[in-house]
Write a protein that binds this ligand. Structure first.
Ligand SMILES: *Cc1c(COP(=O)(O)O)cnc(C)c1O
Length: 353
């Protein structure tokens, strides 16, 4: 097909984690929340349906932004609705940011191993990637803050996937100052972490924080994410998004999700307790694990191939994520499921060792 831009034919395209429809599978491969979302979400979506869908949705999802600003004001006192831009999942947010800041021939920077979508977004723009490997202890080396000709955007997943590790906010602040370009702090998992970088947004207009309702609010199927940046940045980014990038049902559902603090706190504390238990048990089975501040754990076994374990688990109805990154050891990323799911996983795993 010769009509396409050469960058498109040359790229492979992002491959999301498997989404098998087999309901019996225990699915610990894409960091979904194992709990059903707050009942308030379904009620709000039902109400929105009742009102009919013949009208276009609010193009800026104001109701959500007002509620989110109230909630985040505790950590970022300056925030208001005009500091927030909503998206069709945070992948849409990352797309908007990349389209706004990066042209063909520009350079984007991200760490390895990390979220693989950054490379895809760069490829669509025809940009080059400056991929900086993490240090062995999952800290960022000096290469990550280096100034570079045509460097236009840096992405940092924090907590990182697949490691679940966090770069402390003070280090991220220093990084933003050192970089000659905006820094996207992708906080898809921040609700499971002890710290986050929200406060940095007020200190430095180069810092953009991205969040999602897919993980901590159990709404991966709804598709709702947002970014927090200074208003003069949000205004420009709004020009790049699709006019109606969030639909009426997702705006209603996402806004209702924020309301139910009890659901959020309860499910979060269960998942953190299960994460601690999973970590302990994996170690007892001889795995090398990285302490995680997200809803998954990255691990390897010194005597068993990760890919073989992945296959054997799958045969017994348990799906985890096998990851094989360039210049890095491969491994397994295990999503924190319910206690029952994790018990079943551990029982099968123990039988394979
Ligand atoms: C899951 C994930 C996202 C995207 O989530 P959406 O479902 O598109 O909101 C973004 N970044 C990282 C690192 C993720 O793991």
């Amino acid at each position: 097909m010769s009509y396409l831009r050469p960058q498109i034919t040359a790229m492979t395209g992002y491959v999301p984690g498997e989404q098998p429809r087999d309901q019996k599978l225990i699915k610990l491969n894409t960091n979904e929340n194992p709990f059903p979302c707050s009942p308030g979400v379904q009620a709000a979506i039902g109400d929105a349906c009742q009102q009919g869908l013949q009208k276009y949705p609010d193009p800026t999802a104001l109701a959500f932004r007002v509620r989110a600003a109230e909630l985040l004001r505790e950590e970022l006192p300056e925030i208001d609705a005009d500091w927030i831009l909503c998206g069709n999942g945070s992948d849409d947010i990352l797309t908007i940011l990349t389209r706004a800041f990066v042209a063909a021939g520009d350079v984007v920077r991200f760490a390895n191993p990390s979220y693989v979508l950054y490379r895809t977004l760069a490829a669509i723009q025809g940009a080059e990637c400056d991929v900086v490997n993490f240090q062995a202890d999952w800290s960022l080396g000096p290469g990550f803050s280096r100034r570079q000709e045509r460097l236009r955007l840096t992405y940092l997943a924090n907590p990182n996937s697949p490691s679940g590790t966090v770069i402390p906010p003070a280090e991220v602040a220093a990084l933003a100052i050192a970089l000659p370009c905006p820094l996207v702090v992708d906080e898809a998992y921040a609700d499971f972490a002890e710290t986050n970088c929200l406060a940095l947004v007020a200190q430095d207009e180069k810092v953009v924080v991205s969040r999602t309702l897919s993980k901590s609010y159990a709404l991966a199927g709804l598709r709702f994410g947002f970014l927090v940046a200074q208003p003069q940045i949000v205004r420009e980014l709004a020009k790049v998004k699709d006019s109606y990038n969030c639909d009426a049902l997702s705006i209603a559902g996402a806004t209702a999700a924020l309301e139910d603090r009890q659901w959020f706190e309860q499910t979060r504390s269960i998942l953190l307790a299960t994460r601690a238990r999973l970590y302990e048990q994996l170690q007892q089975l001889g795995f090398q694990c990285v302490p995680s501040q997200a809803n998954f754990i990255w691990c390897q076994h010194p005597e068993h191939e990760s890919e073989g374990l992945y296959q054997a688990l799958k045969q017994q109805g348990i799906l985890v994520r096998y990851m094989n990154y360039p210049d890095w050891d491969d491994g397994l990323r295990i999503t924190v499921g319910t206690d029952e799911q994790i018990d079943a996983f551990l029982a099968v795993l123990a039988g394979l060792l």
